[in-house]
Design a binder for this molecule. Structure first.
Ligand SMILES: [Zn+2]
Ligand SMILES: [Zn+2]
Length: 239
């Protein structure tokens, strides 16, 4: 069956995410937009994933846990996980690799942890948007061990993408596919068959409610369950 997705949405835990990008608001907006499955991928954190999964269930849609990793090279990588446990374990490792820099919420925005009823649980003190100490060439293998899927994020974009920061594709990095966003398709990937021939997800990278995409892109899954969606992603990316 066709399940319409948006696997790259930021919550209010991302400093750049709008304050009303709360778990319930995101889930309800996604349901209104007719989406079947979403993933909230905050910068270097899975801290709101549990709340998003619960809020999604209540809104009648599916959700996968995710995060958007910023590597040492300042390349963003979309990381999708089969379940909350594997996501949170990976999230803990990522957090340890963040530099000890405090967030300046007046300059960068607040980083708010929420429950599934949109109640504030606290703020993250470390700036989540920084580059971690994780090298790009290690990401695919780390994610394979975590049971997840890693895709270089918004590959066509002119900043924080593999192509903007590295300038070339290398199979040795181990990525089996890429992510594109509407604002940069194909962007820097134009004329690069080594990238355009790869399986690809197209997501919104929404930082505000109005940017969550509608029924634009779908994945073929065996049934309407998060397990089936993840299995379909594994099949698509040959992992
Ligand atoms: Zn990004
Ligand atoms: Zn993003």
């Amino acid at each position: 069956m066709k399940l319409f997705y948006d696997f790259h949405i930021h919550s209010c835990l991302s400093p750049c995410g709008a304050a009303d990008m709360t778990p319930a608001n995101i889930a309800n907006m996604a349901a209104l937009m007719g989406l079947d499955v979403i993933a909230v991928a905050d910068h270097n954190s899975t801290g709101n994933c549990g709340a998003v999964l619960s809020a999604a269930k209540r809104a009648g849609i599916l959700a996968l846990p995710a995060l958007e990793l910023c590597t040492q090279e300042e390349v963003h990588v979309l990381c999708l996980f089969p379940n909350l446990r594997s996501a949170e374990e990976f999230g803990e490792k990522v957090k340890k690799k963040l530099p000890p820099v405090r967030n300046n919420s007046a300059a960068f925005g607040r980083q708010v942890y929420m429950d599934d009823g949109d109640r504030e649980l606290g703020e993250e003190a470390k700036l989540l948007a920084n580059a971690t100490g994780i090298e790009l060439y290690d990401v695919a293998e780390l994610m394979r061990k975590a049971g997840g899927i890693a895709l270089p994020a918004h590959i066509g974009r002119y900043s924080f993408s593999l192509l903007s920061n590295l300038g070339f594709w290398d199979d040795e990095m181990g990525f089996k596919g890429v992510e594109m966003t509407r604002d940069s398709m194909p962007g820097l990937a134009a004329g690069k068959p080594e990238i355009l021939s790869l399986p690809c997800l197209v997501n919104s990278d929404a930082h505000d409610l109005g940017s969550i995409q509608g029924r634009e892109c779908f994945i073929e899954a065996e049934e309407r369950s998060s397990e089936a969606v993840f299995a379909a992603l594994q099949k698509l990316f040959g992992t």
